[in-house]
Design a protein around this ligand. Sequence first.
Ligand code: F6P
Length: 536
Amino acid sequence: MVWERLERHARATADRPIASLFEDGPRARDFSVRAGGMLFDYSRTGIDAQARALLVELAEDAGLAERREAMFSGEKINETEARAVLHTALRNLDGGPVLVDGRDVMGGVRETLARMRAFAEGVRAGEIRPPGGGPFTDVVNIGIGGSHLGPEMACRALAPYADGPRVHFISNVDGADATDVLARLDPRSTLVIVVSKTFTTVETMTNAATARNWLAATVGADRAADYMVAVSSATGRTAQWGIDPARVFGFADWVGGRYSLWGPVGLSLMLAIGADRFEEFLRGGQEMDNHFRTAPWAENMPVMLALVGIWHNQILGHATRAVLPYDQRLARLPAYLQQLEMESNGKRVAMDGHALSRHSGPVVWGEPGTNGQHAFFQLLHQGTRVVPCEFLLAAEGHEPDLAHHHRLLVANCLAQAEALMRGRSLEEARALLAARGLEGEELERQARHREFPGNRPSTMLLYRKLTPHALGRIIALYEHRVFTEGVILGINSFDQWGVELGKELARELEPVVAGDIPPDGRDEATRMALAYLSEE
Ligand code: F6P
């Protein structure tokens, strides 16, 4: 079994420092992948030629090539929901037909994109406007999970290209979210987009009702619908909710929520940056699709990103990975990836229902650099657990006048990767302290605190500039990484049954919290919390 051979190889090389791999000749070039103007460097990991060959074998044995084609060609690879997985069709701008149940879906995709374009450009030009008023100055995206994180992450990432109405987000059912966002806005010039694939998600429907009341209080109940748009797969429910069908942008069930930014769920992004730039974003994604479908495994960026993930998590046992964009506008990328990766690959059974024999996907977390350096990097460098780090870095910022900021950003990113790998030996720490005049026991004691074990793995994704096109490539890269890891683990990356139990219990508990029914049958801790909450 390749898994065992990999594990044996990992044990045999466990004591070999990553830094020593660079002594055998040029390594960075051999252990990195270039594609579409991006560079993915995994040379600062313990992966050597043998490990890479075995990891590639693992992917081949898992049937990655067949699964990949099954996904792109519309087979129902989301078996627990009997659905195709075709977010790639949403960005298949120059591609051929894509068949689901024998029917080409591309006509519908193009038609929806054209409707989104007409609407977004109409709003941006002030042609689609509130009744009797000036243009829409603000847009509020109401949605949660995949109906929130993608648009929010992307709007922030592409802020330099935003020349349309200002976009705001309400996601949390906590009334504080709606209150704080709406307090800043004028209902007479605000467009509310209710985004929910199912149009049943309690957070979104509650926030949507609150926003409708907020609109109605100023523009009148009969006019509120003129300020609202819906994005959903459940067009029957949007109609029941009173949204004009002409203002509904639908998408099919073969687009998973966390993979949906590329279609109507991205409407707020299109309003912000315009339809042409939105299409550049789609083209970036499509380029990554083509690369993923055609590049040999070891030169295939999403595949190598996935194999590095498997090496760190399933082979070496590192349970988490930190995503560290040295790009402030990617501040929401870690949160976006948390849903993409953890909702997709946080499973305990394989596609066939059998318990997984290895761990499923890792815990993903992170913050932009350099902020994280002044918060949790202490643990990354000297904590007792190893956290593989994934740096992201642009060659260029959008602020030519602040090029000195960018130089500092780059220097910090490179410094962290180097420090994690190289560390600082006890001898080096002693020498530093001796040079400052310390000696004897005090020097010894202090030196231990200044020792860095090093040998901590990291990868780096370098790109030229965070343009719409580059963002498209980056997001598609991570999507295919998640897919590849899922295939290797035998997981269905496209369902999310693990979120259901909590939702069901919340539905049961709501009347209990309201005091309408007693907390009979609930556990003691729940009853104590309820009692505490109702104390005067
Ligand atoms: O509860 C999880 C989830 O179903 C996510 O997968 C999804 O992105 C989110 O809720 C929102 O769902 P919807 O778009 O249907 O409101």
